[in-house]
Write a protein of this length. Structure first.
Length: 538
C-alpha cells in the first residue's frame, strides 16, 4: 500500500500536507506523531471516511479512490478507531454483523464465526452481551473482532493498547505477529513509543501534518523517536519529592455497590440502605464494589490499577455522585457527602476527568467555549450571579487553549473537530482551572502524545504540591507507577493489593491485576534498585 502526496485541508487548518507512506505486505507499520499531527485524518482518508484534496492511494499496485468505508472494506482495509463506532443498544453479535449480514447471516453461523475469531485471538468476547454494559476494554475487543470478521488484509489500529494490561498487550502483539506471518499488514498508531519499537517493522513519523522521516526500530530509542515527533530535544525530567501530608481529603469506608438493577435505586436514602442489603443478596445480585475502604490525603496521588471492568467505573460513579452507594460512607474534607448530588460535589471542589471523553466529557457538536462551561455552569468565569457569562467563558477558553497547547484554529470550532489528544487537553485544562481540592483522574493521558502527557503530569504534580488530592485510575501502568504516591490494586470490586510505586514493576502490578497476587507486593530487585520503572515512566 502506498500513499503519495496526500493533502487534506479544513477551514482554517491544513491537516495533512504532502504526506508519503508505504506499507509493506506482511509487516507492522507504526505511525507516530504528536496530537493534531494529522495521523487520524490520514487514516480516515485511507479508510474512505474522507477524500483527500490532493495525492494518490495505491493498493496492491492499483490506484484506488474510496468514497466510503464500504469501498475500503471491499479492498480488504479495516479500521479500529480510537473512539469506538458501536451501537450501545445492540448486542456484540448484532454490532459485529451489522452491515455485513451477507457474510455469515445473523444466526448460528455468524455466532460460530464470532466465537472462532474470539477464541483464536484471545478476545474473550461474549456474543450476547449488550454493548452498553461493556467496559472500555471489552468495547475495544469488539471493534477488533469486527475488523477480523470482515476478512481485512490490512488492519488500521488506532491506539489499540490504551486499555490493556501488559499481559494483554503481549498477547495482542503475538496476534499481530501471527497476522504478519499470514501475509496481513497492520498500521499501528500509538503514543506508547516503547510498544511501537517492540512490535513495528517500520516507523513513519508525522509532525505538523507532514511526514518528517522514517525510523528503523532496532536502531532507534524511545527518546530519539519522541524528539523526531516534537522537532526538538526533550528536557531531562527531575525527580519529584513527596508532597503527601497527614490531612485527609477523601475518606471512603465500606463502600459497596450492587450491579445495575440490584441497587435500591436513586431515590433510596443512604441511611436506610443497610437494612435491605440482605434481601438484595438473597436475589443473587453481584457486588460490583465490595467493602472498599481507603483515604487520600492532601498532596497525595493514589493510583488504582486494575483490568477494565473490575469496579473502577462504579467507584468513579459513586464518588462523583452519578450512582448511589448501597452501603458505606464517603467523606470529603470531613463532611459526609454520601447523599450529595453531583452538582453539589462539583461546586464543593471535586474535579473530574472522565474515562470516556466523548460520552462523558464533551458535547462534540458544541464549540470549545461551551464545552469549557460543562460541569461548572454555576462557577466563575462561566457565570455572573444567576446568569451565564459567555464572554467570561470565551476569554478563559482562550487562556486554556494557550496554556495547555490545545491545537485549534479558534474557540468557536466544535469539539469534534479536534484530535483526541487535544480534546483531552481541553478537558484537563477545564478541570484544573477551578482549583479542585480533590480530582478524580480517569485515564487522564489516554490518547495523548508524549509531550502532552508530560505536560498533564506536570499540571497534576504542580497542583499536588499545592495540596490537591488525586485518585488516579489508568490502564497505563508506567503512568500509575510514575505519578502515584500510593498504589492499590482493584480486582472483582475489591481492593486486593497495595504496592510501593518506587519499587514495583509493571509486570508485578499486571500480575496482581489478574488476581494472581494479593496483599503487599514485595519487589525482588533482581540486580536493580527499583528506580528504573519510575524514571522510565517520567
Amino acid at each position: 500500500m502506498e500513499l503519495a502526496g496526500i493533502t487534506k485541508r479544513f477551514p482554517g487548518v491544513v491537516a495533512n500536507h504532502d504526506i508519503h507512506l508505504t506499507v509493506r505486505k506482511g509487516t507492522v507499520h507504526a505511525l507516530v506523531g504528536e496530537n493534531g499531527a494529522g495521523k487520524s485524518t490520514l487514516m480516515k482518508i485511507l479508510y474512505g471516511m474522507q477524500k483527500p484534496d490532493e495525492g494518490t492511494i495505491t493498493v496492491d499496485g492499483a490506484h484506488v479512490s474510496f468514497s466510503s468505508p464500504a469501498d475500503a472494506i471491499a479492498r480488504g482495509i479495516g479500521m479500529v478507531h480510537q473512539h469506538f463506532m458501536l451501537a450501545d443498544n445492540l448486542t456484540v453479535l448484532e454490532n459485529v454483523v451489522l452491515g455485513s449480514e451477507k457474510l455469515y447471516g445473523i444466526g448460528s453461523t455468524a455466532r460460530k464465526k464470532i466465537k472462532e475469531i474470539s477464541d483464536r485471538y484471545g478476545l474473550g468476547v461474549r456474543p450476547d452481551a449488550l454493548v452498553e454494559d461493556l467496559g472500555v476494554a471489552d468495547r475495544q475487543r469488539v471493534e477488533i473482532l469486527k475488523v477480523l470478521y470482515r476478512g481485512a488484509k490490512t488492519l488500521i489500529l488506532d491506539e489499540p493498547t490504551a486499555v490493556l494490561v501488559p499481559q494483554e498487550v503481549d498477547a495482542l502483539f503475538d496476534n499481530l505477529r501471527e497476522l504478519k506471518s499470514e501475509g496481513l499488514s497492520v498500521i499501528f498508531i500509538s503514543h506508547k513509543l516503547g510498544e511501537v519499537l517492540s512490535v513495528a517493522d517500520d516507523i513513519t513519523v508525522i509532525r505538523r501534518g507532514t511526514t518528517v522521516g522514517t525510523a528503523v526500530p532496532s536502531q532507534t530509542t524511545p527518546r530519539q523517536l519522541a524528539e523526531m515527533m516534537v522537532g526538538s530535544e526533550l528536557p531531562t525530567p527531575e525527580t519529584a519529592e513527596s508532597t503527601v501530608t497527614d490531612q485527609p481529603v477523601l475518606q471512603v469506608e465500606g463502600l459497596t455497590v450492587y450491579a445495575a438493577g440490584a441497587s435500591l435505586g436513586a431515590e433510596a436514602e443512604p441511611a436506610s440502605v443497610g437494612a435491605a442489603l440482605t434481601d438484595v443478596t438473597d436475589t443473587g445480585a453481584k457486588k460490583v464494589l465490595d467493602d472498599v475502604t481507603f483515604t487520600i490525603h492532601a498532596g497525595e496521588v493514589m493510583g488504582i490499577a486494575g483490568v477494565e471492568g473490575n469496579g473502577q467505573t462504579e467507584l468513579i460513579d459513586a464518588l462523583i455522585g452519578t450512582k448511589n452507594a448501597d452501603a458505606g460512607t464517603i467523606r470529603f474534607l470531613g463532611e459526609d457527602i454520601t447523599g450529595w448530588a453531583t452538582r453539589k460535589r462539583r461546586e464543593s471542589g471535586v474535579g473530574y476527568i472522565p474515562e470516556d471523553r466523548h460520552r462523558q466529557g464533551l458535547l462534540l457538536e458544541a464549540p470549545l467555549w461551551e464545552n469549557r462551561i460543562l460541569g461548572h455552569v454555576t462557577e466563575k468565569p462561566n457565570a455572573k450571579g444567576f446568569w451565564l457569562n459567555p464572554k467570561g467563558a470565551q476569554d478563559d477558553t482562550r487562556r486554556i487553549v494557550e496554556e495547555y497547547d490545545v491545537r485549534t484554529p479558534g474557540i468557536d470550532v466544535t469539539a469534534a473537530s479536534l484530535s483526541g489528544g487535544n480534546q483531552q487537553k481541553l478537558i484537563v485544562g477545564r478541570e484544573m482551572s477551578h482549583g479542585p481540592k480533590f480530582l478524580i483522574a480517569a485515564h487522564p493521558t489516554r490518547g495523548v502524545d508524549v509531550g502532552a502527557q508530560a505536560q498533564i503530569w506536570d499540571r497534576i504534580r504542580d497542583a499536588r504540591r499545592e495540596g490537591l488530592a488525586v485518585l488516579l485510575i489508568s490502564a497505563d501502568l508506567d503512568e500509575l507507577i510514575g505519578l502515584s504516591d500510593t498504589l492499590r490494586v482493584i480486582y472483582d470490586g475489591r481492593l486486593v493489593a497495595d504496592a510501593d510505586p518506587a519499587t514495583v514493576t509493571p509486570e508485578e502490578l499486571g500480575s496482581a491485576m489478574t488476581g494472581a497476587v494479593t496483599g503487599h507486593l514485595e519487589h525482588e530487585a533482581n540486580g536493580g534498585d527499583g528506580a528504573a520503572p519510575e524514571d522510565e515512566a517520567r
